[in-house]
Ligand binder design. Structure first.
Ligand code: NAP
Length: 550
């Protein structure tokens, strides 16, 4: 399966990002081929099929803006789209744009090597494909490499072992089963209430209690949908220039500008309305000021007391280890309520850690839990994991893993010095996971498409971010994060969930709108921070002392 004819570009991944990137490059006249390890399109929504999987972005914002017909035709049924709906949406996009013919499915990229003399990449897959291309664009998602803890004895378990991020395509019947869920992040919090309804017994193994806010999911009113669709262009415009890719106005009031009673009323109203506006829509300083943050955290803890009948269980569920919002705030449907069910048990792993997994279940320091199914809801090696897994080797054969040993260094989260002609959609250092993903993906895809067209127009063989630009951007990403409470949490944003991973704030928290402006300015200044080389490029932008071979 060796492709002799070099391509202009390869794109890795067939989720929102990969589908749009392949389409965009094809429309721009580049020869392009997509590679996807799954057997179909969908990316995140292909792999995360666990019970209760749903998007926490409201459906009106969770779609492409570049398909106005589909935008009008696609039914906006419920407030938050479920995994099957989003997968159907992406399948429809792939069909309408005739994209499947441009992808190789079931192809897991294991090596990407840059040939400095030719200025091209060679891609290899575990299935034996090999192609060369001028450009590589990664569209591998930020949360696609599962974090699978290795408990002693894990392989001896005789029952079924599952991971939320890699759920089987065929239905899993949990009825009458004794199920464990390990992990209480956004995935566990969505899965636990649904599994509890199906299973004979559910044991939740919690290491760190999480804050969660009601999603208040439900059907959307026809009139609301009609009005929304009429005004779609304006909603989209606002989302693009907002802090997080939604068209809502953040609060401009400090938590301490109002009385305690008014504060409580504001939190109560936001809790009742459901969704992320609990933080951004109530008070402006919750992400910045510990005392202000504590007022929101206290409110959620008081809600746990109201909802959970057993005071001991309520106490175990109360988060106390980190400021609210500094770990991704999950949205839930009946999460705390689930712990009132007679068939649900909560185990606090900090008090009674897992000692081993046995053929029949899980043994903690307090005793054995007999189980038929173990569900790992233990998250992902976020942002860097999916990129490092591609076996990328740039200039001098240096691996990306080695280049990022101290943490990722990127320019705008989209390019890496030493790895020319490689572009990373929603890479580390971009708003990515702190934003509504389709908005950030569209911005990156369009920016990368324009950049490649510009490079082609300038006859460049190679375009590469400079060390200086990447160092400046990486510092800026950390500085902005340092103004918030985020670095205080042992979160996956900080790489803290993966043993040995450097502690560095991975996404860019400066806001989607600001980031967009910054990228636009870089482009307007002739791709400032990049150097090009090659026939006809006139070594555009090459800095003194830059003697790289073209
Ligand atoms: P996560 O937020 O990283 O949560 C993983 C959970 O597993 C945490 O409770 C963690 O505990 C626990 N854990 C990890 N290793 C463990 C170990 N060795 N022993 C015991 N417990 C362990 O992962 P996630 O829930 O899959 O969510 C990841 C991200 O995916 C979310 O933050 C969100 O961005 C995205 N997501 C989005 C949606 C949505 O839009 N609806 C849904 C699901 C996920 P500690 O806290 O102690 O580390």
């Amino acid at each position: 399966m060796v492709d002799a004819e070099p391509l202009d570009a390869v794109v890795i991944g067939a989720g929102f990002a990969g589908l749009y990137m392949v389409y965009r490059l094809r429309e721009q006249g580049f020869s392009v081929q997509g590679f996807e390890r799954g057997d179909g399109v969908g990316g995140t929504w292909y792999w995360n099929r666990y019970p209760g999987a749903r998007c926490d972005s409201e459906i009106m914002f969770y779609s492409f803006s570049f398909l106005p017909d589909l935008e009008q035709e696609w039914p906006l049924t419920e407030r938050y789209p479920g995994q099957p709906d989003i997968l159907r949406y992406l399948e429809e996009v792939a069909s309408r744009l005739d994209l499947r013919k441009d992808f190789t499915f079931g192809a897991e990229v294991t090596a990407l090597e840059f040939d400095e003399a030719a200025g091209r990449w060679t891609l290899r897959t575990a299935q034996g494909h090999q192609v060369t291309a001028r450009y590589v664009v990664t569209a591998v998602g930020c949360l696609s490499t599962a974090n699978q803890p290795r408990f002693p004895g894990a392989d001896s378990f005789r029952g079924l072992t599952l991971h939320t991020g890699n759920w089987p395509r065929e239905p899993v019947d949990l009825a009458a089963q004794r199920v464990a869920v390990i992990g209480t992040g956004a995935s566990g919090i969505q899965a636990i209430p649904v599994i509890a309804e199906r299973a004979a017994h559910l044991t939740v193994f919690q290491r760190t209690a999480q804050f969660t806010i009601p999603a208040e999911n439900g059907p959307l009113d026809d009139q609301f949908v009609a009005l929304w669709k009429q005004n779609y262009p304006e909603w989209r415009r606002r989302a693009r220039h907002s802090p997080a890719g939604f068209a809502y106005n953040p609060s401009i009031t400090s938590a301490f500008e109002v009385s305690a009673a008014e504060r409580r009323a504001a939190f109560e109203a936001a809790w009742g309305a459901g969704g992320f506006t609990f933080l951004s829509g109530t008070f402006r300083d919750l992400a910045l000021d510990e005392e202000a943050n504590e007022t929101a955290a206290d409110f959620v803890r008081s809600k746990i007391d109201e909802i959970v009948r057993d005071p001991e269980v309520a106490e175990m569920l109360k988060p106390r280890d980190f400021p609210i919002g500094t770990k991704r705030l999950p949205l839930d449907t009946n999460y705390y309520e689930t712990f009132n069910r007679p068939n649900v048990t909560l185990v606090d792993l900090k008090r009674t850690p897992v000692e081993e997994i046995t053929p029949a279940g899980i043994r903690t320091s307090a005793g054995h839990h007999d189980l038929d199914v173990i569900v790992y809801a233990t998250g992902f090696d976020a942002l860097t994991g999916p990129l490092e897994a591609l076996g990328i080797r740039g200039r001098g054969g240096r691996s990306l893993r080695d280049a990022w040993r101290e943490g990722p260094r990127t320019y705008l989260g989209v390019a890496v010095p030493g790895f020319p002609n490689l572009f990373t959609i929603t890479g580390p250092g971009s708003p990515s996971v702190l934003s509504n993903m389709p908005v950030s993906i569209e911005q990156h895809v369009e920016w990368i498409g324009d950049c490649l067209a510009w490079a082609r127009g300038h006859g460049a063989k190679v375009i590469e971010a400079t060390e200086q630009a990447a160092a400046g951007w990486t510092d800026h990403v950390q500085q902005v994060a340092g103004h918030t409470l985020h670095p205080k949490a042992a979160s996956w944003y900080m790489g803290a969930n993966i043993p040995g991973k450097p502690r560095i704030f991975l996404p860019y928290i400066g806001g989607v709108g600001n980031y967009r402006d910054r990228c636009a300015a870089v482009a307007a200044n002739g791709y400032e921070g990049f150097v090009t080389s090659g026939e006809g490029s006139g070594d555009h932008g090459a800095r003194p002392g830059d003697h790289r071979a073209a």
